[in-house]
Design a protein around this ligand. Sequence first.
Ligand SMILES: Nc1ncnc2c1ncn2[C@@H]1O[C@H](COP(=O)(O)OP(=O)(O)OP(=O)(O)O)[C@@H](O)[C@H]1O
Length: 110
Amino acid sequence: MLVRTQPNARLHALAAIAVTIAGLALEVDAAGWCRLAAAIAAVWAAEAFNTAFELLCDVVHPEYHPAVRDAKDAAAGAVLAVSLGAAAVGVFTLGPPFWSWASGTWRALG
Ligand SMILES: Nc1ncnc2c1ncn2[C@@H]1O[C@H](COP(=O)(O)OP(=O)(O)OP(=O)(O)O)[C@@H](O)[C@H]1O
């Protein structure tokens, strides 16, 4: 339902697939997979709660209301915060093995 109805969830799905492929290609260790899996799960959980909250708001108060606006903005902010944290986990987990692979390849070519 999330992927079908939420454009952001499609982006999260693409990011999760890309991270999984990169993790396999870079042979991330078990601790790295734990961090990546926790980050991906946290983003999906935040997106699911945000979607549930938006749907509930639309049923409870479909008309414009400043409190609904602020509540929805706060929930969207939570997804953004978790997504930024997940991006940091991805960079710190995949960055070092990617850098070793890239510098090794560069040396082999040079
Ligand atoms: N009933 C409302 N009253 C006031 N503002 C609203 C209302 N419904 C939506 N908004 C504003 O429009 C924004 C988008 O709300 P919407 O329900 O369309 O979520 P969305 O487009 O699915 O957003 P998201 O990207 O967070 O999933 C909200 O963050 C809020 O600022």
